[in-house]
Ligand binder design. Structure first.
Ligand code: ADP
Ligand code: MG
Length: 606
């Protein structure tokens, strides 16, 4: 392999933000993992012992290094990632200073083993306290493994500064987790001793990485955000506002793949969510800023944990707008006229109670839905573009930002205040509210209700199954059968009693009580079909949930199902009882409200 690493000249080296690179195990592991990502790794395995204080090991399947580069890489200001100071404004890698390996090596026992694909043998370099002790040829596979033992063994002052093993461990795992979220194409596995503590799928899906790092409960409430402007795009995910955190642990920001701390972006996120976030709580979100490298200075902080934007205002605006647009589009808008909301910003979005038992209306509703035998229809996302255009305009014409002035009323309470006016196109429930006229998508609303039913209620009361007088057989295609086989327990949990019955065949003995009046066989086939052919967009959702979501969707009333008044009222009450009445399990909005000030404006009553 050609030598890639060069020593930076003094002028360039002097322009590099100076300071301590390695403060604790987390900073060492961060630097090592960054090197793996820069080396094009698709898999990175990290092992710690004692929170990284005793042992840190990072292995990757990246480019590796030739023998000369392996030795050079341990010298200060030796890097393959830039050449001259001018390059500082065109940095596309996570590293660029050539400082991490020598800094870590100077305060530990470090072994670097590396092999590039085009060389027959690999190289191992053994370093103690910065002194190279041995360079030897090794076998081994392509890629690089760095082992760091006894960090700070020769700097007792810094060793004393380290926190307890669990604290250092948590920071180290977080450091890897944040890089894993920023790089979903890379599969990460993290071990602490014998225990695997993190594994990301590495399939490019950011939700997969977020699920691994934040867990399913958070991940299933994430909704995508996005805002584009020339040279700058903000994308990412935020949690619906019913889930918040007591601190800023779940406010993550990334600039061109680099996890950073940034007050500006934090402010943008918190401001956009402000009216919906309870006092002393913080939103959950991961925002990815993609910006032309010449508009951001990454060389302002010794551990590269901060950046400086050339145009702060634009970045703030883009992040704020990305989040705000998302909330508005999904009907998560406390579009509140001042007097509508009691001045309580108390806890609000967090429901502590579980949904109540289904009301008679709800049962009637479910039954009605299946008596109608509506033809299966594709989802028809309500056409929001017109409406959102208008609300944009009204935002501009209204100098006071409703998000800042109006305290939020718990959304479920708002829902209970809805007065149903009727049904439009057998699709939308139209209701008068304190704030304006609301349109409720009956399908997404019912889907949300059923989804929570299937997840929450089934845990409390068991599945609501109903035995069939005559069981039916299903004979499926191989992939369908394989899939149903894998997911059988999820179906069972939803109220289906399905057992295998020979090759690719199944026997169905009970069905969820919701489907009583509908042809359960065709329903089940539709569901299986959808699970097999699920679109990529649907995969956004956590896999295990998918069966439940599909159940909820297929059993929900469809657009085109006529509903009577008690049915509509019943559905809204049920919706108010859900934990997350903002979006359907597929992430589509449930309620769109046209605020009175908008209606007034149209009637020239302003
Ligand atoms: P920097 O990342 O800022 O260049 P480092 O001290 O972290 O500085 O690494 C020095 C050099 O060693 C890198 O520029 C890269 O060429 C090489 N290197 C370090 N780690 C790896 C790795 N895991 N795989 C391949 N090359 C690596
Ligand atoms: Mg580096």
């Amino acid at each position: 392999m050609a030598n890639l690493i060069v020593l930076l000249d003094d002028n360039t080296a002097n322009r590099i933000a100076a300071g301590e690179v390695v403060e604790r195990p987390a900073s060492a592991v961060k630097e090592l993992v960054e090197n793996s990502i820069d080396a094009g790794a698709t898999q990175v395995i990290v092992r710690f012992d004692e929170g990284g204080k005793r042992h840190i090991e990072v292995s990757d399947d990246g480019l590796g290094m030739g023998a000369e580069d392996a030795v050079l890489s341990l010298q200060r200001h030796a890097t393959s990632k830039m050449r001259t100071a001018d390059d500082l404004f065109a940095i596309r890698t996570l590293g660029f200073r050539g400082e991490a390996l020598p800094s870590i090596a100077s305060v530990s026992h470090l072994t670097l083993a590396t092999k590039s694909a085009d060389e027959p043998a690999g190289t191992r370099v053994i370093v103690h306290g910065g002194e190279i002790e041995r360079v030897e040829e090794t076998g081994g596979r392509d890629g690089t493994t760095v082992v760091v033992e006894d960090l700070f063994y020769n700097t007792p002052a810094r060793l004393k500064f380290l926190k307890s093993t669990p604290t250092e461990f948590a920071r180290a795992v977080d450091a890897v987790g944040h890089l894993a979220i920023a790089h979903p194409h890379v599969a990460f596995r993290v071990w602490h001793g014998q225990q695997e503590v993190l594994a990301t799928p590495g399939n490019g899906d950011p939700i997969g990485a977020l699920t691994a790092v934040w867990g399913r409960d958070v991940a299933r409430k994430l909704v995508p955000v996005r805002f584009d402007s020339p040279g700058l795009a903000v994308s990412g995910f935020i949690c619906t506002p019913d889930l918040t955190r007591p601190g800023r642990s779940h406010e993550l920001f990334f600039v061109n793949g680099r996890p950073i701390r940034n007050r500006l972006l934090g402010h943008a996120l918190e401001e956009a969510c402000r009216a919906m976030t309870p006092e002393a709580r913080y939103p959950i979100g991961a925002l990815f800023v993609a910006i032309s490298p010449d508009l951001v200075d990454v060389n302002v902080h010794p551990t590269k944990a901060e950046v400086k934007f050339t145009r702060d205002g634009e970045v703030h605006h883009a992040a704020y707008q990305a989040v705000k647009d998302c909330l508005a589009e999904r009907g998560i808008t406390p579009t509140i006229s001042g007097e509508a909301a009691a001045p309580s910003r108390t806890p609000t979005w967090q429901r502590s109670t579980t949904p109540s038992l289904p009301t008679a209306e709800f049962r009637a509703l479910s039954r009605a839905a299946f008596e109608a035998f509506p033809p299966l229809q594709d989802y028809r996302a309500s056409d929001l573009s017109d409406q959102s255009d208008r609300s944009d305009q009204s935002d501009q014409s209204d100098p006071s930002d409703p998000f800042q002035t109006a305290p939020a009323k718990p959304y479920s309470e708002q829902l209970r205040g809805f007065r149903v006016l009727g049904q439009a196109r057998d699709t939308y429930i139209v209701a008068a509210t304190d704030e304006g006229v609301a349109f409720v998508d009956q399908h997404t609303a019912h889907e949300r209700v059923l989804y929570e039913w299937l997840t929450v209620k089934r845990a409390e009361m068991g599945a609501l199954a109903q035995r069939l007088t005559t069981p039916f057989h299903l004979s499926l295609g191989a992939s369908e059968a394989a899939l149903l086989g894998q997911r059988l327990s999820d179906f069972v949990a939803a109220g289906w009693d399905i057992e295998t019955f020979g090759k690719d065949a199944f026997l169905v003995r009970s069905v969820p009580s919701f489907v009583s009046r509908r042809d359960p066989e065709s329903l089940l086939r539709d569901m299986i079909d959808e699970l097999v052919h699920q679109s990529v967009a649907r995969r956004l959702l956590v896999q295990r949930d998918h069966v439940t979501i599909t159940n909820a969707c297929k059993m929900a009333v469809k657009s085109g199902d006529p509903l009577n008044l008690p049915e509509m009222e019943g559905l809204l009450q049920q919706l108010a009882d859900t934990e997350n009445p903002y979006v359907c399990p597929h992430g589509r909005p449930i309620v769109v409200t046209i605020p009175f000030n908008e209606i007034d404006r149209r009637f020239k009553r302003a």
